[in-house]
Each structure stands twice: as C-alpha cells, then as structure tokens.
Design a protein around this ligand. Sequence first.
Ligand code: ADP
Ligand code: MG
Length: 493
Amino acid sequence: MFGIDACAVQVEVDVSFGLPAFTVVGLPDVSVRESRERVRSAIRNSGFDFPQHHVTVNLAPADLRKAGSSFDLPIALGVLAATGCVTRRDVNDVVLLGELSLDGGIHSARGVLPIAAAARRDRFSGLLLPRPNRAEASVVEGLALYPVRSLAEAVAALNDPEAFRAALPGLTLPEPEARSLPADRDFADVHGQAMARRALEIAAAGGHNTLMVGPPGSGKTMMARRVAGILPPLVFDEALEVTSIHSVAGLLAAGHGLITHRPFRAPHHTISDVALVGGGHNPRPGEISLAHHGVLFLDEMAEFSRPVLEVLRQPLEEGCVRIARATRTVAFPASFMLIGAMNPCPCGYHGDRVRPCRCSPLQIARYESRLSGPLRDRMDLRVPVTALPARDLSASPGGESSAIIRARVMDARVRQLARDGALNARLQGRTLRGRTRLDAAARRMFDAALSRLALTARGHDRVLRVARTIADLDQAEAIGTNHLGEALQFRGE
Ligand SMILES: Nc1ncnc2c1ncn2[C@@H]1O[C@H](COP(=O)(O)OP(=O)(O)O)[C@@H](O)[C@H]1O
Ligand SMILES: [Mg+2]
C-alpha cells in the first residue's frame, strides 16, 4: 500500500534440492520474514506436506520494501504449486492476499477495497481474498472474487475456480445504512440558538471551518454532532475514497460494504499528533483522513496541545497529509470540515448572562491565544454561543429538521460547484476576489468595514468567502449588504 493506493508484488517460489531451508528475499521487513513460520505450520496443519528442501521466496520488484502479513497466502500457495498440490499452472492473472493462522485459517486483511480497485485497474481477472473482506471487495465490479476461509479452500479455489464459485453462498450485503445520520441526531432537537444554527448551515453550505465559543452546557457539542447530517450524501467516488481509508486503517467491520454517510470524527483532546494526522512505521491514516469528505470535530479545542493543533495547518491548506519516510513519502487524503468548540475563558463563563466569570482579563486573553493565529486564520466562521435559560429550553420550540436544512445546503452547493467547480471555503486570493462580485452598496459597506475593523488580508478573505456562501444560500448572483452584514457578524478577529 502507498497511502490508499496499492501496487502488485510478484511472489516467486523456488523449491530445489539442498539442505532444508526457507529464505525470503526481495526487501521483506520483519513482519514478512515472520511469515515463514506461519506458512510452514499452516501447510502442515492443512494436511499438506512441507517440502524438506531448499525453499527460496523472491518478492519483486526488489527495490520496494514489503511489509505486512498479507504475503502469507501467496507464499504458501507458491510452495504448494511447487510441490504439485496446486495443479493450475498459471495463476498470474489472480491477485492473492491473506494472513494465515497456524491452523491454516485466514484472517481478515486491511486495505482490501483499494487492493481490489488496483487489481481491476491493472487488469487482473480475479482476487483471492479472506472471506470476511468479501463485502468491501464486491464494491469493485468486473473482478472475479474468490473469498476463502482457509488455505485448503484457497487451493480448491485455484484448482477448480468454476466449482468453487458455484458453491459459494450468495452475498447478502447489510442494508446500505440510511443515507442520513441516525434520527437521534437531528437539528429538530435543538431549541432556540437561531444564530448558531444559522452559522452551522452556512458552514455546511460552503464547507467552512467553524469555531463555536460559549460557556459549558450551551449546546456546542450537541449542535456540532448534528452537522454531518446536514451535508449532502456522499457520491460514489467519495464513498469509495472514504471506505478505502477506513479499510486501510482496519476500521471496516467484517461484512461491511461501502460507507455511504459522511464521516464524523471527534477525537479526544489528549490525542497524539500521530493519531490525529496519521503516521507510524507502516503509515496509517489518522483522524483527519478518517474525517475525509466529512466533519472533524475538536471539542474543547483549547485543551488540545499546541503542537498537535499546529500539525493541522498543512492538511487544512492542502486537503491531504504527507507523511515522510526514509525511502518514500506517503499521502493520505484529508479534506474535511473542521468544527471547533471551546469555552471563552478558563472558568467558562466569560460573557454569560447569569453566571459570573472568575477569570482575569489576562487569563481570558491567554486562553484565546491557545489557538495560534495561523490556525484561527483558517476558521472562516466564529460563532458566539450563549446558554439558553432553562425555562426557554422547554418553552421555545424545537427547530427545523436536518432534512429541511440539508435541502438548502445542497442547493447552495450546486450553485458553487456550477460556478467555480469548488466550494467557497476553497476559494483563495485572486480567484476569490475575481469571482465574488459585490454590488455597489455592499462594496461601500465593505470598504468602510475594512478601515473601521482593521481586517487583515486573511480576515478580508474570510469575510468574502462567507458572504459568498450566504449569497448562495439566498440564490443571489451578487453579494448585497444583507449578505455582507451577516458575514461580518461571524468574522473571527
Ligand atoms: N439549545 C438546546 N436545545 C436542546 N437541548 C440543549 C440545548 N442546549 C443545551 N441542551 C442540553 O444540554 C446538554 C449539554 O449541552 P452540550 O452540547 O454538552 O453543551 P456544551 O458542549 O456547550 O458544553 C445537551 O446534551 C442538551 O441536552
Ligand atoms: Mg461540550
């Protein structure tokens, strides 16, 4: 695997006379060299003989480092071909993968969906794979699948593929999960909070990163958890990418096919930078990639350690994360909407209508600055959230349902994609200024605001992007004063 892309490795097995030995060459790492022990036991315990000769395994191309346990099965089948147990001579048009257990059983594997996609792309005719991974592989069409549970079954599948496929039970995919999120996460449950709801609708419509600031109990977490449900459903290619990432991370449950809902990831603030952005010896995707095409929610954002937050900057800019290793660089997609929530100060009650704040102005200022300037610059919207008094909680009615909000979000997105081929959150610099037309009154208002508020260049761009999205929600061609005025309310300086 390279990130979520796969390439084929040729496994050659030679059995020749000589002292009994079993060597693997072709840049195998420790995990591949260990496969010798598993292969030997699995072959014996499946009722075959392990040759008392010199066995040499070569993994080609030799300059590519091989890692992981998925080479067990092709190595074992190569040995059995050399001893005559696999009778089919040419298996080079089928991709083989799987980790063996000592008794000859086969464990489920990571990354089967991207491997299946690569096999199809490289014109292999079939894929022999662990049975638990059958559902995800079946997403790729035009590939004959041989989902096996044991080494003995794999031998049977290769020797008589027609009989094996005929005897295979039908695949019953679990119902594709409802295209929207569970009904227990609907915006209809949120009382009041008109401003925060509106901000999150704008954020969803333009794909804007958003920071909610407010006292404990004001509903920040509750509302953030409802954002994925107002985003449009994934299109097929997005679903493929999302499922591939989860597959490579080993987070796809057995029997699971395509993931069709937008991911929502909410890592705890004690998370390490590797777990957040990905990494490790054999690089694995982190939370930001698991949130690809969905929402990354950082609750209590000021409590995350500064270095952990800083590693977010590059992926936020580029929509992917690059992990450098000695011999190569691996990239994982990481295009997500960031939602942050934090208290306004250490005690949490600065600006609260009822509870007094116990913090000094210095403490409040320091708390803010736990998010670095560059990171705050990447948050397009900033939303002050105030707690709803308890009596209003029951009195004020629940709001619009997520389905209604999502319909508006989808309309606004269609307008953006037709005009720019991208969401407004992605517009920058010259493209942004070139594409966003302000009417004359809005232009005067913006000039006045620029001098009065001393907006930075990035602040200026943020306001423009958000105003463009508000105009799109309003189905307006040009940005008017009402759109701009609302955008200025959400500016985060
Ligand atoms: N506007 C609201 N409408 C309905 N329930 C609310 C609202 N605000 C707060 N609550 C209730 O208060 C609880 C705490 O809110 P939470 O989202 O955890 O607040 P915060 O994250 O801001 O500390 C929620 O689980 C919810 O039951
Ligand atoms: Mg909370």
